[in-house]
Design a binder for this molecule. Structure first.
Ligand code: APR
Length: 241
């Protein structure tokens, strides 16, 4: 199986990669939907990852993201992140990396042109449209911080449930999915849209799709191959020179 996929990687002029929480699992970042350890097994996403939840309980939601930020700051990119970054450096412009992850581990591994379609947990933005008084450099401290003048809250720059994806990132991701000859779908359950739709689009355009995941996923049905392996063990072997 691996050899066939290695051959497809060698042959493909344009490769798109779609990653999810599973690629960061071996770094120690919990996934979302793992039955025991997943974040959504421990926390209710409707109470923590929606705008309504933030407006209702800003401190609770802010603290939860602060807890995740601290956890992410303590971990490092793994061999899977590093193998993708190294391939991109060896073959500039051949591999477009689309991630659902907000942890910044691809970027820390050296994948500087990562298309982060769900935003970044490492950045903040204004909750409401910024007014002339809203100065991110002069905030009233607090959890969350707010505008000194109008009280506009700062919120994590991530895409919450029910929110649209950042337009520029989504357009770049769709372009990559529509232009690739091969898509590697790594560490995602494939249940969240429009992200999962990128793999369907690539498949419909005739690209080969390879799923890399120790468990079955919703996207196996469009896969030409499924490698039932952890990403950090599989990717170095697949992408090495
Ligand atoms: N290597 C590869 N895949 C793995 C590994 C590993 N070491 N460990 C776990 N996985 C797989 C799991 O089997 C699962 O299919 O990673 C997948 C993680 O799925 P989810 O927890 O559903 O995460 P993801 O698909 O990224 O979620 C999508 O949902 O909660 C929202 O916005 C959030 O971006 C997230 C989106």
């Amino acid at each position: 199986m691996r050899d066939t996929v290695r051959q497809w990687i060698r042959e493909a002029r344009r490769i798109a990669v779609l990653t999810g929480a599973g690629i960061s699992a071996e770094s120690g970042v919990p996934t979302f939907r793992d039955a025991q350890t997943g974040l959504w097994a421990q926390f209710n996403p409707q109470e923590l990852a929606t705008e309504a939840a933030f407006r209702a309980h800003p401190q609770r939601v802010w603290d939860w993201y602060a807890f995740r930020r601290e956890m992410i700051a303590k971990v490092a990119p793994n061999a899977g992140h590093l193998a993708l970054a190294a391939f991109q450096q060896r073959h500039p412009g051949r591999l477009a990396l689309i991630t659902q992850n907000v942890d910044g581990l691809h970027q820390r591994a050296g994948s500087h042109e990562t298309i982060a379609i769900h935003g970044s947990i490492l950045q903040d933005q204004w909750l409401d449209a910024a007014r002339p008084c809203c100065d991110a450099g002069a905030l009233q401290a607090g959890r969350p911080p707010r505008c000194l003048v109008c009280g506009n809250l700062r919120r994590p720059a991530v895409v919450w449930f029910g929110e649209s994806l950042p337009v520029t990132a989504l357009e770049a991701a769709e372009e990559a999915a529509n232009a690739c000859e091969l898509m590697l779908v790594i560490g995602t359950s494939g249940v969240v849209y429009p992200a999962a739709g990128l793999a369907l689009a690539a498949h419909q355009r005739g690209a080969r799709v390879v799923v890399i995941n120790p468990e079955p996923t919703e996207l196996d049905r469009v896969a030409d191959h499924c490698l039932r392996e952890p990403a950090a063990q599989c990717l170095p072997a697949l992408l090495e020179h």
